[in-house]
Design a protein around this ligand. Sequence first.
Ligand code: HEM
Length: 102
Amino acid sequence: MLSRLKTRFLIFWIMVASGLVTLISGLILWFAPRGAHSREAILYGLQKSTWLDIHPYFALLAVGMVAIHLVDKWRCLKVYLRSPLRKESLSQVKEIKCEIQM
Ligand code: HEM
């Protein structure tokens, strides 16, 4: 079994890596040729059709990892979302609870 810290480490790096692949493949597709037969065009060593396959899967993975990350950091997120709106602002108790959860 992975420790809590190792699991979070894994979630973090999968989130960063899949986010980067999504961004890079998205940028490549953005500047890729369009129109008839463009799917066969070779872009950075891969066919456009391969980039089109890669992009949505990594995007889904990235979105999933962000969702897991937000659930995992829910306590801190609640502090960040509430603080500017409430008078008590950054309550120390909530801040400490959030820090301990890290
Ligand atoms: C979480 C974020 C993203 C999701 C869920 C997502 C999802 C998708 C999906 C499902 C497609 C259709 C693929 C296909 O036709 O088979 C697509 C196409 C595309 N995406 Fe994304 N994408 C994301 C981020 C980005 C980013 C950051 C960029 C640009 C920097 C980008 C640029 C593009 C382009 C240019 C296409 C069109 C390719 C084409 O049909 O010629 N995407 N995306």
